[in-house]
Design a protein around this ligand. Structure first.
Ligand code: ZN
Length: 269
């Protein structure tokens, strides 16, 4: 089980390299946050960061990953408005992901590939959480990239990627049609974006890992829905009416990837 390998490495070698990987993770998290903030607002990627609330130029320490949010106590220093806790969460999740992947794979093709897949999952999940939006072209582009490089990644192959893409695609188109049929009047709780995301997860993790990756996401989405229903029953009025299904698919696939890795199905079976 990969957990043991990681623990052994941690016990025998924990040192400067892990601190460096964690710091790299925080920097990567800051980069992902830049995409999460700017892509939906259709801002370019040049230019100094500005406050997401009032648009003022930020001081260098305000944009420091994780620490900027902590130093400001979760409120923008410029205008006093609350900053979304999503951004420090992205920093933390990215750093933790990178450390776990490093402990499992060390610096290798598997690590770089898994980190790239994780980055796509984190950005997609965060944007879907904030905007209920999954981009068609970037998601399909990442899917195509996963298929193209799969043959060079250990425990993965082009065939595994294509089979994962195909099966996930068929499964999610069925979900999509069911949602359209069951909720014709409402905005569908399950959109075409979720179909593309499912195809990406299928291609990136491969058919062998698809059931595990989807299961984690579906269990998380189910648990969160149950909490929402309970909160509404208890009369909490501000409870959201919907969940961002894609966010849970992303968290589930990410969790599977860091816990089991691409050889996941092999270690479980
Ligand atoms: Zn501000």
């Amino acid at each position: 089980m990969p957990g043991n390998v990681r623990f052994r490495y941690w016990k025998n070698n924990a040192g400067v390299d892990i601190v460096l990987v964690a710091l790299t993770g925080l920097l990567l998290g800051a980069l992902l946050n830049l995409i999460i903030i700017r892509l939906p607002r259709e801002q370019g990627f040049g230019g100094w960061p500005r406050c997401t609330r009032c648009g003022q130029r930020l001081a260098w320490w305000q944009i420091a990953p994780l620490f900027g949010w902590l130093l400001q106590g979760g409120r923008a220093r410029c205008c006093g408005r609350r900053l979304d806790a999503l951004y420090p969460a992205v920093d933390l999740i990215t750093a933790a992901t990178l450390v776990l992947l490093y402990l499992e794979h060390r610096l290798s093709v598997s690590m770089v590939y898994s980190a790239a897949v994780a980055a796509v999952l984190i950005v997609t999940g965060a944007i879907d959480w904030q905007h209920r939006l999954i981009y068609t072209l970037p998601t399909l582009g990442a899917t195509l990239a996963a298929v193209l490089v799969a043959s060079g990644v250990p425990f993965h192959s082009a065939l595994n990627a294509l089979a994962g893409l195909l099966i996930a695609g068929i499964l999610f188109v069925i979900f999509y049609l069911l949602a359209r049929f069951l909720f014709p009047a409402h905005r569908a709780p399950f959109g075409l974006g979720d179909v593309y995301l499912g195809m990406f997860i299928g291609a990136a993790l491969g058919l062998t890992n698809l059931p595990g990756a989807l299961l984690y996401g579906m269990l998380l989405a189910g648990a969160f829905s149950a909490i929402l229903v309970a909160a509404r029953r208890l009369g909490k009025r501000e409870t959201p009416q919907y969940i961002s299904y894609g966010t849970f698919l992303c968290i589930g696939a990410l969790l599977y990837l860091v816990l089991w890795g691409l050889a996941g199905a092999r270690s479980i079976l």
